[in-house]
Design a protein around this ligand. Sequence first.
Ligand SMILES: [Zn+2]
Length: 631
Amino acid sequence: MAKTVVAKSTDTLCGIAIREGFLNCNPLRAQEANKAYRTRELLAGDKVFVPDLRKTEEGRPTTDTHRFKRKRWPEPSLRFVRGSKTKVAAADATLTFLNISNFVTNQAGTSGTAAFPNGYGFHADADADSDTFKVEVVSPDGGAKIKVLLEALKPVYKADGTVEKWELFSGAEYAARKNEVELVPTKSDAKRYRSRYLRLVSDEADAAAVPAQTLLVTTMSDGLAGEHDKVEILDQHVRASYKLPGCKAAAPVCTVRAQLPVGENRKRCRIAIHVFRVAPGGALVAGLTNRALRLRVLKWFRRAYAQANIAPKFDGPGIEVLDPPWANMIAIANPHGSRTLGLSASGATSTISFDLGRVSQGAVLDWFHDTSVTVNLKPNMTPKAVCDAINAALPAGYRGRVFPNARKFNDLDPSCDIVITKADGTITVIRNEATTDLVLAGAGNLAVARVNLVNVDDSDADSEPTTPELRKILRSGTSADTRIDYFVIDRFASTTLRGVSFLASTHLPADQRNPAPLRWAGIMACNTTSGKVMDASDNLPFTFPHEAGHVLHDRFHADAADPNGPTEMMSGGGTTAANAANATKRICDDPIQVNYSQYNPAQPTQGAVNKVKVAATKGMRTRGAQTLEGW
Ligand SMILES: [Zn+2]
C-alpha cells in the first residue's frame, strides 16, 4: 500500500526507498508529491510519498526453498562511535557529542606518551583518549574503501547570543576546517565501514601534526569585537557526510549525514583585563590596543581552554583602561609585619611623617604641595594599628582605606597598606615619607608604592604579591572574586618574567590567604626578553592562559619530571614562545593525571608544598568554580 513517511534528520530518499523495498530513490523522486526533493536534499519533517511496489512474478517449483537476494541492502546510515574491544560493531554506542582532545596530537595511551595509532580497528592506546572518535557508515553500495567528508560548522547567532543555526565556514576558513577521511569495512560486517581514530583539535599546529586523523575546530577571532569574535569553538558542530554511490539521481545525490555538538557541560570563565595608560588620558602601555587584548583572550585563551570545555567571557568592566597608578599607597612593615618600637634614636616618641599633594592633569605633570602629616607612634603597634593611626591623622578632605595583607609564613602579624585619596577626586601623591621609629626605619618597613610601569618591582613574587608596587597595581581597578582579573603593565624589573598570578590559596590558614582584590588575579607584562606577551601577535600564545590556570587551579606548576609535565599548559619551565603540537598547552584530563605542586593542605610546616596527581581539567573546573558560569 502506498504511504507517506515523515523524514528524520538522518534520512535520505535512497534510505527510505531501500527501507520500503525499492532499489533506489528514483521511483520516489518520480512522484509528483515528492517533486520538491528533486532539487534539494531531504530535511527532517519532510513528508515523503512512497508509492506501491511494482510486483513481478518468478517461475520456480513450489516444493523447493529459493533464496532471493536484495540487490541494494542494507539501509544506509552514518554515525559517530568510539568503538570497543569486545562488542560487534553494530552494538557499539552512538556518540551524542564530541570533545576537543587534551592529548599531544600525535600521542596516546594511558601514559599519554605512546604513538597515536594510525590503523583501523580497536586500539587500546587510541581508546585511552576518551575524546577520540570514529565515523561509521553502513553502506548498501559496497566498495573496499569509502570516503567521508568531515566539516566543522559555524554557529550563526541570534541577537540574544543563542545559536540560531549552523552553516559552513567559507573560503580559506572552510578549507582548513574540513577533512576527507577513509573508511574500511569492519571485521564483523562487510557493509559497516569505519574510519581510523580521529581527534578534534583547536589549532592549526595540532591539525598539521596528524592531518589524516584530525579535524580543526577553532576560532576565527580578530579582536575587532564583530561577528568573528563571537564564534565560539564550543558552539560549533561537526558534520560527517557520505554521498551514496548507488544513488542514481542526477543531483542532489542522496547523502547520509550525522551532526554532533562540540563539548559537554560547557562553562564560561568570567574575565576582566585592566590595562594601564602611560600617562593620564594617554596611550596604553607598550603600544597595546584594546583589540590586541581582546584577541589574546578570544583567540589563545579560547583555544587552550576549549579542551576543558571552558570559554572566556568578558565580565564587569570587560577591558578596563586605567590611568597609571599614583604614589598614594603607604606600605607598613612589608613584608614581615614588624611591630613598632615607639621610640626614636634619641629616646623620644617615634613618628611617621609625609607630605600630601596633588598632580596637575595638564600636559606637564606638576606637583603641588597641599599639606604635611605627622603621626605619633606607640610601642608595639601592629602594622594595621599604624595604618589606623595614619588614617585618623589625615586632614579634612582626605580619605584613607586600610588593607591588611596576608600574614607571611612564620610572621606574627601581616603587613598593612593604606591608600589615601582626596575626596574631590584630584590625584593624590605622597612624598617625603619618613619615620624616626627605630624598627620602622628598617628596610622596607615604610614604603610608598611608586609604580614604574616599565620596571615593576616583582621581588619575591610567588602566589602572594609581596611588593607594595604589585599590590598597588592590583588595587587600581574594578576587581571581583567572581571572575579572574588580569592587569597589564609594560615590563617587570625581572625582564624574563611574563606574568604573575595571585591565588586564593584555599589550602592555607585563613589569615595567610590573599585578601581581595589580591586573589583570583594576576599581572601580565607586555615586554619580556622572550618578546611580546599581550600584543596582537601569536608570540607566547599560552602565557596568559597559563597564568589564568594558576588562579583557576589554585595550584602551582606541573612537575617537569612527570612524562606529561613538559607539555602541560601549567608547565613550570616557561610557556613555549610559539605554538606547536608539543607546545605547553595541554590541560590533562582522565585518565592522564599529572603531578602538580600546591600548598600542602596539612601544612606540617608553614608554607609546606606537596605534590598531587590530578586531572587538571577537573582541578580548574572545581577549584575555579566561583569564576565559572553555565553556558
Ligand atoms: Zn606559572
